[in-house]
Design a protein around this ligand. Structure first.
Ligand code: 26Y
Length: 822
């Protein structure tokens, strides 16, 4: 029985109404006439949180005292999205709350829309962490997510004159009803300074790290409730503060402003999320952030472990720590430091504990995205860790030398220290040597990892490697964001698919049923109309909901090739200009995504999309048959509104570059057909939905490599394809920029003379498949059939499946159903 009800936590409509009014009055000191929309949002959220607390405390109590193992997910990013609607769904009180709010005179949707989402991540990697937290809780697996409570998350994007402009994301401005600050749970973290070495009275070598300064990490906890279960796991994010002693000392010495400065410097560590993905920027503050949250988290885990009365030697039986990319991989050196210097273990014992604790997920194949730290910079922040890394490396290279005797290339590549003009630390190598498992995030990605960036690691320890294809949570990405489709599906196959996504298979038998097809396409049209209204409200643009919604939403990157999409749009536009009466399927091209603020070419791609849109959208010859929309400020909230409205999902990265992709999964799950390359998880999506229901184009990863090794000359594709030539010339000649011929030059030059990402090589194949898509879209019934089959066959891509694989094959943890304790 999961419903523990009393006056405070009753789930009836009346109990909910009373809870909301009580919060408004007794907590916020407001009466209905003066309560704002945000006051009501807060009151409802607190009413919901109250109803999660019993589950939360019961889960925590059970995990800490029990014999079970706990998964600790270490991630510098969590892109959670708004909590309210998700918690209502997982608590299974959505309809009661809807009624309660209605009886109070409001609409629940209106209050749900008031929530400011915590944008504590950049994109795929951060969102994956959020989906995994949902699945861990839904599968009743004991887990803690550790990260940073950034005061400012990913910037807010606005578009001005076609350019991206960034604004700070002040998400905490109106308060955060979901978190509980746990002032009593805090740890000191040392930074800088030097290491003092001496022999103690017992003859033991002591490494005493005398820090330059110390910051304090304070825990802020958010409950992550599973779907219709008692399990509520904890997301514990650390906020940095000045330790009390620090300002106190300076204050006594009369240095008031010094004390204030110290406070600011300490608070800076968790102040802002770095908005770069896949593009490293070796900033000291970022290293401090990584170390800060990892040190707090490991100290916390050790504390939890020891408090249960167990010995430090058994730590790995209580916790398994998953590294979400290399960002938290300093944890391996920190674990060693804690075991050696604080818990006084011997090296070999400490190394055993460490290497039985950590596992590492790699999320990238771009060699330039592999994290490294300049050695001197590293030493200035973490002098003791540098010693430890040297020692790990020394011992490791002995083993490497034994295995690859005389092979200096192998030894250099496996070393934790790189040597160029300056020395640097290779974090992927630290993660690989210190982990017992290494995984990629899609089958192709894992295979390529073994052949490229981690090739020598694979040869050295093949037993560590496995694949864990990403997944997405159907609770947020279907039930919450597409309630109409959820209802239609449930009317045919019941609702157990929400926990067992493979059951969507049951829809296959309706794929040809004209009535079901019609109902299916009606839902799609309804979602397109909703998005149409959103677009009108945000941009003042009118788009045709009957047109093909062609959607590319993701971070802006050259490897993701939004500009290839643009070349196709211009190609269609030119066909219309040549023959204004041409019979063409009306399309609405919807783009959304942020560019890293310092990534010039990505910013130029945004400008190009908007520039082309301006011409195409306003040309009378086009007669509204083509519309280009750049929807600003792509985030989880907006994604939830966009995915359900997609007819076509653009997954057009250069083969071999996108590790997995997860937007591809969300779109196909919502009935969009994919146009895509054989990259990342596209390969597996195509296998599942059937090649006849997937629009494939472009070079394969092998062909990309082959073409490059034979000497790729993009200019020849330009020269030999008159349509391509026309498109590039128009961009260059200023057709889309009021004859400004300089503005896009950086972009077109890079396409013509370098084109790392094979845009020109794939252009023809892309245009041809798009023509087939037009043909397919004209046959409404067949399109509906393909759309249904896409959804029906996406069951594999639930994050529940991914998490089960991690649990069984890497973490060796089991579910622990939670019993509610009064
Ligand atoms: C080191 C720093 C600059 C950095 C910060 C963030 C580097 C990378 C990132 C984020 C990477 C990321 O989001 N990767 C994506 O991970 C997804 C989840 O596995 C994949 O689906 C997607 O293909 C990959 O690009």
């Amino acid at each position: 029985n999961i419903l523990v009800e009393d006056a405070r936590t009753g789930l009836s409509v009346d109990a909910l109404k009373r809870a909301i009014s009580n919060n408004l009055f007794y907590v916020q000191g407001k009466y209905p006439e003066i309560a704002t929309r945000n006051d009501y949002f807060m009151a409802i959220s607190y009413a919901v949180r109250d109803r999660m607390l019993q589950r939360w405390t019961s889960s925590v109590r059970q995990y800490i005292s029990g014999k079970n193992k706990i998964v600790s997910y270490l991630s510098a990013e969590y892109l959670l999205g708004p909590h309210l609607a998700n918690n209502l769904i997982n608590l299974d009180i959505y309809s009661q709350m809807e009624q309660a709010v209605k009886e109070l005179g409001f609409s629940l949707d209106w209050l749900i829309d008031k929530e400011v989402e915590p944008g504590l991540g950049n994109g795929g990697l951060g969102r994956l962490a959020a989906c995994y937290m949902d699945s861990l809780a839904s599968l009743e697996v004991p887990a803690i997510g550790y990260g940073i409570r950034y005061q400012f998350g990913i910037f807010e994007q606005a578009i001005s004159d076609g350019w991206q402009v960034e604004d700070t994301d002040n998400w905490l401005r109106r308060g955060n009803p979901w978190e509980i600050a746990r002032r009593e749970i805090s740890y000191d973290v040392k930074l800088g300074g030097h290491v003092q070495r001496y022999i103690d009275e017992k003859g033991k070598l002591i490494n005493n790290w005398i820090p330059g300064w110390v910051v304090k990490g304070v825990a802020y906890d958010t409950p992550i409730l599973g779907y219709k279960v008692n399990t509520a796991n904890t997301l514990r994010l650390w906020k940095s503060e000045a330790p009390r002693t620090f300002d106190f000392q300076s204050f006594n010495a009369g240095e008031y402003s010094n004390a204030v400065n110290q406070k600011i410097i300490c608070e800076n560590i968790s102040k802002v999320l770095y908005p770069n993905d896949e593009q490293i920027e070796g900033k000291k503050l970022r290293l401090q952030q990584q170390y800060f949250f990892v040190s707090c988290s490991l100290q916390d885990m050790i504390n939890i472990h020891l408090r249960s009365g167990d010995k430090i030697e058994n730590f790995y039986e209580k916790f398994v720590v998953q590294l979400n990319d290399t960002h938290p991989s300093i944890g391996i050196a920190e674990m060693m430091r804690l075991l050696l210097d604080v818990h006084r273990m011997e090296w070999d014992d400490a190394w055993k504990v460490t290497t039985k604790t950590f596992a590492y997920t790699n999320h990238t194949l771009l060699p330039e995205a592999l994290e490294t730290w300049d050695l001197e910079l590293f030493a200035s922040v973490l002098p003791r860790h540098l010693d430890i890394i040297y020692e790990i490396n020394k011992r490791f290279l002995v083993d490497v030398t034994l295995k690859f005797f005389g092979n200096h290339q192998k030894i250099d590549s496996l070393s934790l220290i790189g040597e160029g003009r300056r020395k640097y630390i290779k974090m992927a190598n630290l993660a690989s040597v210190g982990s017992f498992a290494i995984n990629g995030v899609a089958s192709l990605h894992t295979e390529l990892l073994k052949k490229t960036v981690l090739k020598d690691w694979y040869e050295f320890s093949p037993e560590k490697f496995s694949n864990k294809t990403n997944g997405v949570t159907p609770r947020r990405w279907m039930v919450l964001s597409n309630p109409q489709l959820t209802k239609l599906i449930t009317s045919k196959i019941g609702d157990t698919w929400i926990k067992h996504l493979e059951e969507l298979k049951g829809l296959e038998k309706y794929a040809e049923d004209p009535e079901f097809q019609q109902a299916w396409m009606e839902v799609k049209l309804e979602q397109k109309k909703k998005l149409t209204r959103k677009i009108h409200g945000t941009l003042g643009m009118i788009v045709n909901p009957e047109s093909l919604f062609d959607i590319q939403v993701k971070r802006i990157h050259e490897y993701k090739r939004q500009h290839l999409n643009v070349l196709h749009i211009i190609t269609l536009y030119n066909r219309i200009k040549r023959n204004p009466d041409i019979d063409i399927v009306p399309r609405t091209f919807i783009f959304a995504g942020k560019s890293a603020p310092g990534y010039r070419k990505a910013k130029l791609i945004i400008k190009l999309i908007n520039a082309v849109g301006k011409v195409v959208n306003n040309d009378p010859d086009v007669k509204d048959r083509l519309k280009v929309v750049f929807y600003p400020n792509y985030n989880v909230t907006n994604a939830q509104k966009i995915y359900p409205a997609a007819d076509l999902s653009e997954q057009i990265s250069t083969a071999g570059k996108e590790a997995s992709g997860t937007g591809n999964m969300k779109l196909s799950l919502n009935g969009a057909l994919t146009v895509g390359t054989l990259d990342g998880a596209n390969v597996e999506i195509r296998e599942c939905v059937g090649e006849e229901n997937f629009f494939l184009f472009g070079l394969t990863a092998d062909e990309v490599e082959k073409t490059k090794s034979e000497g790729y000359r993009p200019w020849e594709y330009y020269k030999n394809n008159k349509y391509l030539r026309e498109v590039i010339d128009q961009i260059n000649d200023g057709y889309f920029s009021q004859l400004d011929q300089l503005i896009f030059k950086e972009l077109t030059d890079s396409l013509l003379y370098d084109d790392q990402f094979m845009v020109l090589a794939d252009y023809q194949s892309y245009v041809e498949i798009q023509d087939k898509i037009d043909e397919a879209f004209r046959d409404k019934s067949n399109w509906a059939r393909m759309s249904i089959l896409n959804t029906a066959r996406m069951g594999k891509f639930s994050s529940d499946r991914s998490i089960r694989e991690y649990c069984n094959e890497i973490w060796k943890v089991e579910s622990v159903p939670v019993e509610l304790i009064d």
